[in-house]
Write a protein that binds this ligand. Structure first.
Ligand SMILES: *[C@@H]1O[C@H](CO)[C@@H](O)[C@H](O)[C@H]1NC(C)=O
Ligand SMILES: *[C@@H]1O[C@H](CO)[C@@H](O)[C@H](O)[C@H]1NC(C)=O
Ligand SMILES: *[C@@H]1O[C@H](CO)[C@@H](O)[C@H](O)[C@H]1NC(C)=O
Ligand SMILES: *[C@@H]1O[C@H](CO)[C@@H](O)[C@H](O)[C@H]1NC(C)=O
Ligand SMILES: *[C@@H]1O[C@H](CO)[C@@H](O)[C@H](O)[C@H]1NC(C)=O
Ligand SMILES: *[C@@H]1O[C@H](CO)[C@@H](O)[C@H](O)[C@H]1NC(C)=O
Ligand SMILES: *[C@@H]1O[C@H](CO)[C@@H](O)[C@H](O)[C@H]1NC(C)=O
Ligand SMILES: *[C@@H]1O[C@H](CO)[C@@H](O)[C@H](O)[C@H]1NC(C)=O
Ligand SMILES: *[C@@H]1O[C@H](CO)[C@@H](O)[C@H](O)[C@H]1NC(C)=O
Ligand SMILES: *[C@@H]1O[C@H](CO)[C@@H](O)[C@H](O)[C@H]1NC(C)=O
Ligand SMILES: [Cu+2]
Length: 784
């Protein structure tokens, strides 16, 4: 696609149309303008079969509010009778009150359970809205709850304070509120004035690069600034890094930083704090110019102007791999779809599993009422925050922490490409969110498919026929249902997978691809990452993805059992010659109090959510084990001023708290600019409450320490940037749950060497490929 087309689209998608052109504005949503197939499909294929339908037992009470509800809420807020004195966002300036966004408020669990489990009434739906109130004497951002919906005489607009524990409820100081278009616009005159004054310097240093303002045609440097842009909301600043513009600007940073103070709503008071280049700080234009004139400024390497090397298209110069022009293997649901859907209720049934889905603009897809064979396993499973914190010796790298919910991560879940992002023939659903008074549809942005795991879920062959007169072999097909979405938040493409296995285990996986946020390369800065291009250094950083797992193991009364593997010295009379010797044993206990905690060293502890009152046939408490997967990490920096108290959820591997209606989320979406005075302090959830036989929430972190490398160019690879966790039944049943699967083989050889093979009537069917034309056409089903 042509670059200007992408840029134009990105701008068209902005909520606030009155903002400046794109130059330098961080982490823009890029909406794809292509269909999921990415090509012109003219022949219907055997892979377009729709999944069988089902009917959800209950109405989805977590579902996003509808387009009509959004419009009605919008109109209610803008009605002068609301007293909110709102300006339309497209006309708004800093000193106006205007709507930032409207989304769905979570439904209180205490209202849901009576409906879900009995004949209680259906809980009322509420919207939440963040309103920027620059027109108040003390300007701030205030969140509201609006309901019940649909809008009627009983509908009220109330401050949404109850779920924030920072002391100011739903109010966020102006300086810490989201840095939106009007705020960006307000800082541009200062930036333009300073940069115009030194345009001869930037032109000399950066191949003619100049910045005369975002709208000035001569401007050919782009700028970016990250978060946090305040510590406690009493001040606001932008640490601006200049880059070469283009599709890969994240990989073409320049060594030039402009630091400004932009506190308050009066732009005439904004001021220059200084410049950083060559690892030195220049507080004034005069000092920068003196250094320039003394020949003290200059780059060892030039940044590349042509960033073709940073594009993810075919690169023939890398060589030819023999046979690679053939179509690669693919997961195909060749026996027909084996899951049922109720699209209206976003409800799925698969091999004993059932669950509902929801979506919010900030958190993306969420799962509710996850059951296996009709029994409760989890009430809620949802991503809560995607944090990234960087390290470096330049203002941008060293000062950046991202909370991607701040950028409405869910809205960045974009169109998926069939056959590549998700298997051919996957079910694709749209995702929609509200923007102003309208509703935006991201087409085909969620996919559901069943995949071959490519290994049997279980298998055994008896050792020898001769000893016993017969032998046998059993092997059971491994398959899994995956729900997937990919959110492109600025530079990164986070892939979120939820995988429902045949054995009743549930796997959560997150992967990261996309552009590195990088720094200008200096030979002496290897501490923060390797050189990855002529003038680019990859910037070391952590990704921490925080999730909420509200377990309800056969009901809400649950405990967390810790089974430690302890090494003890024992002696045994039948091994008297050994005296005392080491052996391991289980030391099981219950975690009695809410806390943040880590995986045990060497993983020598098993954590299991159990229902102490429900036992299996063998008298063991029924539970689900929390099985560590790949790259289970927490944030490396625990005391950085940039993530001090607003990022507590990222600082332990795991955390256990009591479920409360007023603690629905790990983070607040505008917490990032309040590291020292958070709106929401996750660590306050852990205030000594008992966790025995209670309704529990397990918070868990996935992520990667991103040890950057040359292979992050052009983009980070999903194969390595990959983290996972598994929730597996632990005495939840009386035996493994694969016994009822027909997709298995059972072979017996008797004493006379007669072989019998049982296929349980499940034939091998396959989709025939037509190779006469390129790979677009997938033909009919044949049975082998
Ligand atoms: C699909 O291909 C046909 C034949 O090549 C062409 O006529 C048609 O315009 C194409 N449609 C789209 C949407 O590109
Ligand atoms: C409403 O807001 C505007 C600014 O958008 C302000 O000028 C006006 O005084 C406000 N009206 C009231 C009644 O507060
Ligand atoms: C540029 O900055 C210098 C130093 O602050 C100042 O003396 C000069 O007036 C400025 N020039 C313009 C054109 O703004
Ligand atoms: C910026 O624009 C100037 C004037 O057109 C040109 O000479 C220079 O090469 C450009 N530099 C970059 C980095 O694009
Ligand atoms: C997705 O949205 C488009 C309209 O934008 C609609 O035509 C299509 O049917 C929707 N797809 C699904 C699966 O609902
Ligand atoms: C939405 O708001 C715009 C003005 O911002 C207005 O022109 C349009 O008519 C509104 N749409 C609806 C459906 O009310
Ligand atoms: C067991 O005893 C041996 C010998 O006294 C000692 O070295 C070892 O540390 C003991 N192990 C444990 C787990 O106590
Ligand atoms: C579970 O069992 C404990 C005793 O072991 C009892 O005190 C508690 O009331 C029971 N809870 C439920 C929900 O039945
Ligand atoms: C949800 O629960 C909280 C905490 O009890 C309460 O303040 C709030 O009003 C409830 N929300 C609704 C919609 O009832
Ligand atoms: C093996 O098969 C033969 C031929 O069908 C049969 O006569 C014989 O009894 C079988 N052996 C056993 C151990 O069943
Ligand atoms: Cu990374």
């Amino acid at each position: 696609m042509h670059l200007s087309a992408i840029t134009g689209l990105a701008w068209a998608s902005l909520t606030l149309a009155s903002t400046l052109p794109p130059l330098g504005y961080e982490r823009r949503l890029l909406r794809e303008a292509f269909d999921k197939r990415g090509y012109n499909a003219t022949t219907p294929s055997c892979l377009s079969e729709a999944a069988p339908t089902t009917k959800a037992p209950k109405t989805n009470v977590w579902s996003p509010i509808s387009a009509d509800d959004n419009l009605a809420v919008w109109n209610l807020l803008h009605d002068p009778a609301s007293g909110l004195n709102l300006t339309l966002p497209e006309d708004a300036v800093l000193t106006d009150n205007y709507v930032f966004w409207i989304d769905t408020l979570h439904t209180n669990k205490s209202d849901v359970l009576p409906y879900l489990d009995g004949d209680g009434k259906i809980p009322a739906k509420y919207a939440r809205a963040i309103i920027f109130e620059g027109g108040k004497d003390v300007p701030d951002s205030q969140e509201y709850m609006i309901g019940p919906l649909p809008v009627c005489a009983e509908t009220t607009i109330e401050k949404l304070d109850y779920m924030y524990n920072g002391g100011s409820g739903g109010s966020v100081p102006y300086n810490a509120r989201y840095f939106d278009g009007p705020r960006s616009t307000a800082t541009d005159p200062l930036i333009a004035s300073v940069m115009s004054n030194i345009s001869d310097i930037t032109a000399a240093l950066f191949q003619g690069g100049v910045y005369y303002g975002a709208r000035d045609e001569r401007t050919n440097l782009s700028l970016t600034s990250g978060t946090p842009l305040s510590f406690d909301g009493t001040q606001a600043f932008r640490n601006i890094m200049f880059r070469f513009p283009g599709p890969a600007s994240y990989l073409t940073p320049l060594d030039f930083f402009l630091l400004i103070d932009c506190s308050g709503t009066d732009p005439s008071l904004y001021s220059l704090k200084g410049f950083v280049t060559g690892e030195k700080f220049y507080p004034t234009i005069a000092e920068l110019r003196t250094a320039f004139e003394a020949g003290a400024l200059g780059m060892e390497y030039d940044q590349t102007l042509d960033a073709d090397w940073a594009l993810l298209d075919y690169k023939p110069e890398l060589g030819v791999r023999e046979l690679e022009d053939r179509l690669a293997p693919s997961t195909l649901e060749i026996g027909g779809k084996r899951y049922k859907l109720d699209k209206e209720n976003q409800y799925v049934e698969y091999m004993g599993w059932s669950f509902y889905m929801s979506f919010t603009r900030t958190l993306g897809i969420m799962f509710y009422d996850i059951k296996f064979k009709g029994e409760k396993v989890m009430y809620e499973l949802s991503m809560q925050e995607a944090t990234a914190q960087y390290g470096g010796n330049q203002p941008k790298a060293a000062n950046t922490v991202y909370h991607d919910t701040y950028y409405s991560l869910g809205t960045d879940m974009g169109t998926l490409v069939e056959g590549f992002d998700c298997p051919w023939g996957s079910t694709f659903w749209n995702i929609s969110y509200h923007s102003g008074n309208s509703t935006v549809i991201n087409e085909n942005s969620l996919c559901i498919f069943e995949a071959d795991m490519n290994f049997p879920v279980s298998r055994h062959r008896t050792a020898s026929s001769n000893d016993y007169g017969f032998s046998n072999l059993g092997t059971v097909k491994g398959s899994t249902l995956i729900v997937r979405a990919i959110a492109t938040i600025g530079n990164y493409d986070y892939m979120f997978d939820y995988s429902f296995h045949m054995d009743a285990s549930l796997e959560v996986i997150v992967r990261a691809s996309g552009y590195l946020q990088s720094s200008f390369y200096y030979p002496d800065q290897g501490k923060w990452g390797p050189r990855i291009q002529q003038a680019t250094q990859g910037s070391l950083h952590d990704h921490i993805i925080t999730y909420k797992g509200d377990f309800d193991i056969v009901g809400t009364g649950n405990s967390l059992q810790v089974s430690e593997l302890k090494i003890v010295n024992v002696s045994q009379p039948w091994f008297a010659e050994l005296g005392e010797f080491e052996q391991m044993e289980l030391d099981a206990s219950i975690m009695t109090e809410e806390q943040q905690f880590n995986w045990a060293p060497n993983n020598q502890a098993m954590y299991t959510i159990i229902n102490p009152n429900a036992t299996n046939k063998w008298g063991e408490p029924r539970g689900y084990r929390i099985v560590p997967g790949r790259s289970n990490i927490h944030l490396s920096t625990l005391n950085s001023p940039w993530s001090l108290k607003n990022t507590e959820f990222a600082k332990s591997h795991l955390a256990l708290s009591r479920q409360h209606d007023n603690e629905p989320y790990a983070n607040s979406v505008q917490n990032i600019n309040l590291p020292s005075k958070p709106q929401q302090d996750f660590s306050k959830f852990f205030d000594g409450e008992s966790t025995e036989d209670e309704d529990l929430v397990l918070w868990f972190n996935l992520g990667m320490h991103h040890f950057v490398r040359a292979e992050d160019v052009p983009v980070t690879l999903y194969t390595e940037a990959y983290s996972s966790i598994v929730f597996a039944p632990q005495n939840f049943f009386d035996r493994a749950q694969d016994g009822d699967l027909l997709n298995r083989r059972w072979m017996e050889v008797d004493a006379d060497d007669n072989l019998s093979v049982e296929t349980y009537g499940v034939p091998l069917a396959t989709c025939a490929m037509h190779f006469d034309e390129p790979t677009d056409h997938l033909g009919g089903v044949v049975e082998l």
